[in-house]
Design a protein around this ligand. Structure first.
Ligand code: BCO
Length: 565
């Protein structure tokens, strides 16, 4: 393997640059982590060198389309010079310094990739968020993180403007739009005049690189912090063995920019292998546009949530001749065996499911070449030792249901999140004895395949989103019709599960038209919190089941929804 590393050798073997094989060795625990690592300098710029010497095919690094005739194709060399300009925008006019936190709320536009790489080059900590975030969500994130800067697109302006006076730490608002706005710096204007000369900072391997907000059963989302190496090196095996990528491949990973799956599939796993990242910015997800894209562009690798495949198999897929598609992946929620089967019958392609979490990345996967057991999420992947444990941290034998957990050695695995920022209790609560507990329940069979059972807590997994019931209940209670509510998962043939709210009405609303009130409450939640969390089902009830201490028994309602006794 040709070297793609740059600086590691100084702390390892004198004069021997690390290679992709070395990154693999680090993931296999056969080699220690280098002292310093920076994904932009040590991976992207090396691919750029390889382009110059002809060691990488003339395949773009990023290929972006929007279905309206606009197209962007950047080589690694172009990505390098453009992201250096973006880095100069962030450090000079924006005045940001290494370690500062930057909220990045952008749709799937090329600037999202530029800003991410620019943050790596300057040592800034990026915090991606979906454009579905509301003013309240953004306020919470800016407060909790004390972010110095927000980079946003035009549709996010009203939400930011409505809360900005409450964010004393926020120094800069950077707008990615052809139009200018009072109080915002214009990214395109500053970018035009920025220099392409920039020296990538030498970040420590365990220096913070990104923060993702994750939902739990109680309280507001937690800030899961990742390091330069957890994201930048930790996805080497995933890119090679699950995504099966080579530098000749073109991967289309559908995930929204706000989720770690975008980082895995559209940045780290793919670019570690030198593959091309394909992006189609659709105004709204639409199956026809989706299928046309696969017939028009030479996409070799597709990664999307099971919900999308459930929607696709409703179509007559035999009518479509995909140009180059050879490898299909899915994750974020459980995949039904019937969907896997229908996809295979209609397209001739297998569906390789993976399972992971924002905190620790990919845990299990059906890797290329491995026999697929329909309904299973595959085997544990390196460097993890995946086990099923009981409530006391004891390993359970094959066939026994328990919690999916990762065995810990004396040091914290480098590909783990570093911590929940400012929340040592929640960070500590992820450890039980010698294990990291995922909060998901499952079973391992005698062949070492894992089968997902459900969450151990009340988190709802809908269309690949993890939704905390507390956030939805908090939004509902703001409405005058709601005295109290309980939010649980309910089965859905397309989305796997959806959010269902059981609502106790206040006296003035008891005789309201239930259909109208349902729509009003749904609309209210869409405005109060990110719309993907809204309750797609609402049931009005006289009272909620409670424990003697007055705690709502969500499990009773959930079991009822799922037909369990
Ligand atoms: O379905 P509805 O039309 O009733 O509502 C939709 C939107 O129309 C609505 N909405 C969006 N923006 C709005 C708005 N309403 C009011 N105001 C706005 N500004 O809200 C609902 C959003 O639902 P959605 O996002 O599920 O939309 P859609 O179009 O049904 O998309 C379907 C999927 C499958 C494309 C989408 O759900 C999706 O992308 N899911 C995947 C999520 C994902 O990537 N998860 C991975 C997480 S990372 C992980 O699991 C770790 C793995 C290691």
């Amino acid at each position: 393997t040709k070297p793609i590393g740059r600086r590691f050798h100084k702390s390892h073997q004198l004069g021997a640059p690390l290679t992709l094989a070395d990154f693999e060795a680090i993931n296999r625990c056969e080699r220690s982590l280098p002292k310093n690592f920076n994904f932009a300098g040590d991976v992207l710029d090396q691919w750029s060198q390889k382009e110059k010497t002809g060691e990488r095919p003339a395949n773009p690094a990023l290929w972006w389309v929007n279905g309206k005739g606009d197209e962007v194709k950047w080589s690694f060399g172009e990505l390098g010079s453009l992201s250096r300009k973006a880095a100069n925008v962030l450090t000079k006019p924006c005045g940001l310094e290494r370690g500062d936190r930057v909220a990045v709320i952008l749709p799937r536009i090329p600037e999202w990739w530029l800003i991410n790489v620019a943050c790596m080059r300057t040592g800034l900590v990026f915090m991606p968020g979906t454009t579905q975030l509301t003013a309240k969500d953004i306020l919470y994130r800016l407060h909790a993180s004390k972010a110095k800067c927000i980079v946003a697109s035009e549709e996010v302006i009203p939400a930011v403007e409505s809360i900005v006076s409450e964010c004393p730490d926020l120094k800069t608002k950077l707008l990615v739009s052809p139009h200018s706005q009072d109080g915002w710096l214009s990214f395109p204007e500053l970018f035009q005049t920025a220099s392409a000369e920039h020296s990538c900072v030498e970040t420590g391997s365990q220096e913070p690189m990104a923060i993702y907000f994750t939902s739990g059963t109680t309280g507001s989302p937690k800030m899961a912090q990742h390091s330069q190496s957890s994201l930048g090196i930790g996805y080497t095996l995933c890119g090679r063995y699950w995504l099966d990528l080579k530098s000749t491949d073109i991967i289309w990973n559908m995930s929204d920019t706000g989720w770690i799956k975008a980082a895995i599939g559209s940045v780290f796993s793919s670019w570690l292998q030198g593959a091309c990242v394909f992006v189609h910015r659709m105004a709204q997800f639409d199956t026809d546009t989706f299928l046309d894209t696969l017939t028009t562009y030479p996409i070799t690798t597709l990664c999307s949530a099971p919900t999308v495949y459930r929607m696709l198999v409703q179509k007559d897929l035999k009518r479509y001749k995909f140009k180059k598609l050879r490898h299909c992946l899915t994750g974020g929620e459980p995949l039904n065996p019937e969907v896997l089967e229908q996809w295979k019958v209609q397209t001739g392609l297998e569906l390789y499911e993976g399972y992971g979490q924002t905190e620790v990345g990919i845990i299990c996967a059906n890797q290329k070449g491995q026999e697929i057991k329909p309904g299973s999420m595959g085997k544990g992947v390196l460097p993890y030792d995946v086990q099923i444990i009981d409530e006391n941290g004891n390993i359970l034998p094959p066939g026994k249901e328990g919690e999916i957990a990762l065995r810990l050695t004396s040091t914290r695995p480098f590909c783990f999140f570093s911590e929940y920022v400012d929340n040592p209790e929640k960070t500590a609560a992820t450890i039980r004895g010698n294990f990291y507990v995922t909060g998901d329940r499952g079973v391992m069979d005698s062949d070492g395949y894992f089968w997902f059972v459900g969450r151990a807590d009340d988190v709802i997994i809908s269309s690949g989103y993890r939704i905390g019931p507390f956030e939805v209940e908090s939004a509902l209670i703001e409405h005058p019709a709601v005295v109290e509510s309980a939010v649980v998962s309910s089965p859905d043939p397309v989305r796997g599960e959806v959010v269902k709210a059981f609502v106790v009405l206040s006296a003035p609303f008891k005789s309201s038209n239930p259909e109208k009130l349902t729509l009003e409450l749904q609309d209210h939640v869409k405005k109060s919190t990110a719309p993907y969390k809204y309750p797609r089902k609402v049931e009005f009830v006289k009272e909620l089941p409670k424990t003697i201490t007055g705690k709502i028994k969500r499990n009773v309602l959930r079991d009822h929804e799922w037909g369990r006794t």
